[in-house]
Design a protein around this ligand. Structure first.
Ligand SMILES: NC(=O)c1ccc[n+]([C@@H]2O[C@H](COP(=O)([O-])OP(=O)(O)OC[C@H]3O[C@@H](n4cnc5c(N)ncnc54)[C@H](O)[C@@H]3O)[C@@H](O)[C@H]2O)c1
Length: 280
């Protein structure tokens, strides 16, 4: 999708980080916006950053709830009559050893990061197919969807899931002859609110990993040290969409770790800890 002006973008997780910057840059490109998040105040702050005259709606939506995402699709089509560019972007992160990761954390993170994308696809893609115009879906995975660093199993499982879901979706839409492109966004560490995802943890999933902090502090430091900004990621993402690129890998240095993982698999070697994550 090359020409964005006048088209409609739907962005989940639009109250912070990548989602907020995508909103600002999509508005800058002349797009109309449907902005969704569970954080009402953050959505208001994003709205305040948009150029004057931007046509935008905000929608309180918990992406882990299929009815919320369906309501987002209804509100988008009621207001704009179409959706051309969908960013399934909302996400949360937890850290800690796999064997002490609580069932609450498995449920919370998989419901938001993986099922949130599933709900976005289920609510929007049938409507996009029916609308019969070019459209594009961008699913936010992570470099953690392509490699497997220690202390991140629940997050990595969710993001590897988003990568393979996106690959399957791409093949299916090609076979269907649909005018709908797919991209999977795989950034490495970028300073945003992701290291403080606890703010988004619902009360019913309160049981946290008792050993989470062993890895969480190192993760927060790596995130804070990230050289690219959320605005850089948004720019690279929109360039990738316009170029029709499926894999959007914002940090090229991560490709070495991906290559080593692939070689480990092909040669049936034990996995290499390429990111050297060892908080002890
Ligand atoms: N920042 C990084 O280093 C990094 C790297 C790779 C991938 N990612 C991914 O990028 C995406 C955006 O994260 P970010 O880095 O901008 O972090 P962020 O915390 O700044 O933004 C995440 C947004 O998602 C929203 N959100 C959380 N749970 C939600 C739910 N259940 N329903 C609706 N909205 C919800 C939050 O309110 C927040 O506005 C996430 O999927 C994250 O996993 C981030």
């Amino acid at each position: 999708m090359q020409n964005l002006a006048g088209k409609v973008a739907v962005i989940t997780g639009a109250a912070s980080g990548f989602g907020r910057e995508l909103a600002v840059q999509c508005a800058g490109a002349g797009m109309k916006l449907a902005l969704a998040d569970r954080d009402r105040d953050g959505l208001g702050a994003t709205l305040a950053l948009l150029p004057e005259g931007t046509e935008a709606i905000t929608h309180i939506c918990d992406v882990s709830k299929p009815c919320d995402v369906d309501n987002l699709a209804e509100a988008t089509y009621a207001r704009f009559g179409a959706a051309h560019l969908l960013f399934n972007n909302a996400g949360v992160a937890v850290s800690g050893p796999t064997w002490t990761t609580t069932l609450d954390e498995w449920k919370w993170v998989l419901d938001v990061n993986l099922m949130g994308v599933v709900h976005g696809v289920r609510s929007f893609v049938p409507r996009m197919l029916a609308q019969g115009q070019p459209a594009h879906v961008v699913n936010t995975a992570s470099a953690a969807g392509l490699v497997s660093p220690p202390g991140s199993s629940v997050y990595c499982v969710s993001k590897h899931g988003v990568v393979t879901l996106s690959e399957c979706l791409h093949h299916e839409l090609q076979l269907e002859g649909a005018q709908i492109g797919v991209s999977v966004l795989c950034p490495a560490f970028v300073p945003t609110g992701i290291g403080h995802s606890e703010r988004n943890r619902p009360a019913e999933f309160a049981d946290a990993n008792p050993q989470g902090e062993i890895y969480a502090e190192a993760m927060r430091k790596a995130i804070a040290a990230g050289k690219l900004t959320a605005a850089d990621v948004a720019r690279i993402t929109l360039e990738g969409v316009q170029a029709g690129r499926f894999y959007i890998i914002t940090h090229p240095t991560i490709k070495k770790a991906i290559e080593i993982r692939m070689q480990d698999i092909l040669e049936e070697r034990s996995p290499t800890n390429t990111l050297r994550v060892n908080p002890r």
